[in-house]
Design a protein around this ligand. Sequence first.
Ligand code: AHG
Ligand code: MN
Ligand code: MN
Length: 337
Amino acid sequence: MVTNTATSVVTIERFIIEQERKHPEATGALSGILYDLALASKMIANKVRLAGLADVLGARETSNVQGEIQQKLDVIANDIIVKALDHGGRLCAMASEEEEGIIEIPDRFDRGSYVLLFDPLDGSSNIDVNIPVGTIFSVLRRVTPEGGVGTVADMLQPGYRQVAAGYVIYGSSTMLVYTTGQGAHGFTLDPAIGEYLLSHPNIRIPEHGRYLSVNEAYEQHWTPTVAALIQRYRGMDGQREAMNVRYVGSLVADFHRNLLGGGLFAYPANTKSPTGKLRLLYECNPLAFICEQAGGAAIDGRQRILDVAPTALHQRSPYFVGSKADVAIASALLAGG
Ligand code: AHG
Ligand code: MN
Ligand code: MN
């Protein structure tokens, strides 16, 4: 007997179109933004793959190309995203972790109803040692009048207003995971055909997790409450089973593992970094949106991340994200301290 074990092949383009069909009022603008981001991420993946060869290639290439290859990869990734998204007529401004102010849409292009915020290359200090890095993005609908330039006011909205968010992990395979508020879905890049194919539909994060991702080198700078919390996760106070510590140091890689396998990523405030390290708009909000859509949770220690009203583009936030039951422990302990 021949059994058909093959699953349907669905490209990201087809998937985005099908999702949009569920909203007859949709203009297609958001779909276009997502598709442009998928394209940009394929170009970044290509650069990341050659990163280890940068010096070797640089010695062989013309000075022009050499200059480009030797540019910092996070600047290259930043420029790729800007160039892929600035002319589509769907955005009125962008903001990047790599740029001080907002990125305006040049006058020669139409301006649309959305803003894009992104971390072009997350974990970029790991690139020289061949450890996964990523791209994180967040899309908001503008609050300023249509047609004009986008402003910081369009960016400083709480995360629950995101209309889409996603990340790309440049790992042993390249994967893109995104949400538009209808579940979190993952696509794996098939490099032979240059297409993202649906590989992880409707991701669900386990209720409890095995993995704890935290940089324990900061232990001496933690407050007693944070120290007690980490001890609880590690089973050292005898109140629960110990979690395994896994810390890559690339947020996207740590988050992705915990999203699929269950667990908690924690970057608490400490006495040296009283607001933590991670950026609310480029890192915390988009991953919180995805995590909630997958059945998980994200808090800053006091409140739900997605409810925080931002006051500055590059503001940092303490961050606890992952399996719901594990985040609840942080919520209970930190609220008291
Ligand atoms: P980026 O490379 O975009 O600046 O982000 C680095 C971040 C994040 O990827 C990671 O979780 C964190 O820095 C690690 O910081 P520590 O080395 O302080 O643990
Ligand atoms: Mn980052
Ligand atoms: Mn970065």
